[in-house]
Design a binder for this molecule. Sequence first.
Ligand SMILES: Cc1[nH+]cc(COP(=O)(O)O)c(CN[C@@H](CCC(=O)O)C(=O)O)c1O
Length: 304
Amino acid sequence: MSDRDGVIWYDGKLVPWREATTHVLTHTLHYGMGVFEGVRAYDTPKGPAIFRLQDHTDRLFRSAKIVGMDLPFSKEELNEAQRTVVRENGLKSGYLRPMAFYGPEKLGIAPPKKDVRVIVAAWPWGAYLGAEGMEKGIRVKTSSFNRHHVNITMCKAKANGNYMNSIMAHEEAAADGYDEALLLDVDGYVAEGSGENFFMIRNGKVYTPDLTVCLDGITRNTVFQIIKDMGLEITEKRITRDEVYVADEAFFTGTAAEVTPIRELDRRSIGTGVRGPITAEIQQRYFDIVQGRNEKYAGWCTLV
Ligand SMILES: Cc1[nH+]cc(COP(=O)(O)O)c(CN[C@@H](CCC(=O)O)C(=O)O)c1O
């Protein structure tokens, strides 16, 4: 990722991509306390537009508040930084990564509260879990790692260090030949994927875990709106892994994952083992919205 042409927004300035570096004694590099966002820009009929920019920036600030980090820029400055990196890198679509971290002023558990650095990068990023998976569905394995206990790591913060849990789960699934992991909470109920929220469909009704242990996903929120537009019923409930085994359809949602169908969990086919019809319609409606083809949601598409 380091050897590319382009520019990165770094503490208020656009720097050449290869020069956007930090010292090896950067506090966040050692202790993992940083906050970040995953945001996407899409090419729309009116030009490149960032999807739900304000919602992502709002969550970045919530994450910082949860971990006690004071961001040295305003929401407006970070919104403009994100528009700038899409524009200055000449992207029609792509993935943006705003991230705030503690710098190298000091090490030791207590972070350098006055040394907060902020970057925004953007680059082209296609189907997160593979183009084939978007059409045929992916293979998922229930992880041997539980999702965090809500009083061990702060699950509503999109915090860098939280992703050790995600990496361990994803790598275990990948080593066993699966595309992604499904993590259970400490009580054994379905929580979410390593980087996605989870949904399933049974007898035409949609179910998803409540937000207790999950990240408050912006794509999840968008899909709630789509489900409402489709006149379907959605229930937030505790879901067991065997309920997923006998579901008719299932899918992941996320900025990177978008709407990714799940065709199998733990070697049990979900439904007929292909992308389900309701999932396919939700996926299509999602792409219509993010690509600016649904006027009702034009307010979610911020032109760069
Ligand atoms: C744990 C987790 N849960 C749910 C979501 C979905 O949230 P939202 O993007 O607001 O709908 C994400 C986003 N995962 C991001 C990070 C991916 C990465 O590899 O990094 C993303 O999708 O951008 C998560 O990381």
